[in-house]
Design a protein around this ligand. Sequence first.
Ligand SMILES: [Zn+2]
Length: 67
Amino acid sequence: MKTLFALALACCFSSGDGTVYVCDSPSSVAYHYKRDCRGLNNCKHEVKKTTVSEAEKLGLKLCGWED
Ligand SMILES: [Zn+2]
């Protein structure tokens, strides 16, 4: 699952869909519009760039700290 996610990012990234950031942690539950969001400051793993639709496919929800 994680590998597929990384491959999808590498091969098929497109800009039409909103770019978001996710913490590459097994306990991650949210995606973020801002790389410097305070929700991501707590991330002890790699921060990955993805899209809203990919993040939602992974079951992630919009972070509660966003404006
Ligand atoms: Zn956030």
